[in-house]
Ligand binder design. Sequence first.
Ligand SMILES: [Zn+2]
Length: 290
Amino acid sequence: MQESKPWMVLNQNAESQSQQLAKAIAEAEAIVVGVGAGMSAATGFTYVGPRFKNAFPDFIEKYNFYDMLQAFLADFEDAQEYWAFQSRFSLLNYFDQPQGQAYVDLKEILADKNYHVITTNADNAFYAADFDMDKVFRIQGEYGLWQCSAMCHQETYQDEDLIRKMVAQQENMRIPAELVPHCPHCGAVFEINKRDAQKGMVEDKDWHDQNDRYQVFLKENAGKKILYLEIGVGMTTPQFIRHPFQKWTAENPNALYITMNQKPYRIASDIQDQSLRLTDDIAQCLHAIV
Ligand SMILES: [Zn+2]
């Protein structure tokens, strides 16, 4: 274990949460940023309210969906209806997703730092903010990619033109049958690249390369004065960011764990002295640092 100076941020009173975060980032020798859905919601990409209701009034009326995640994961009548929904969803949350200011601010904050990102978000926000994508591990896949629904092979596909055709040509929540995309190997219908609790997820070569780069970063910086910064991570998949971040903090006396979340998720008792909980609005907090 290397000798590191203690975290000044834990011993000095900072005036605001953004100042605390800025201090911790300035002090860190390495930063692992874990980004969840709360980050995208904070910068305007919400899954509830007008953004959802304006895009899917017909689906909401038919299925009483309460938010876009529930709708995204729903079982539809058949592939024509599935792709009527998913094509619109893909444009909104991937191909036509605008730049989010919070992501731009985060990129700027990390610009000259030794950092790596892991995200459970599958939207286009890191691309739109022009992040170095070699430093962003998209562990839960991407809305712009497709996988064989039978998962017969570990490759992903993308066809933005076909997505746009599906949106333009759909009627009564159905795309024309001839537009439904199929696996070239087994003929099963394609679906969006995503992890299913039972089936798992197609993890292609690029996914494994991303994972390798993440593991290398963790290994190279083990034992250092490392900041685990968790931003907007919810309840759905704590096994990818929150649980490992807290475990690795407990294993490294030089590590600091910061969670940015308005919900008071549990912080393990053994890292209470190595953690900070920031409850301010994520987008405002990041922007204040910039
Ligand atoms: Zn297949």
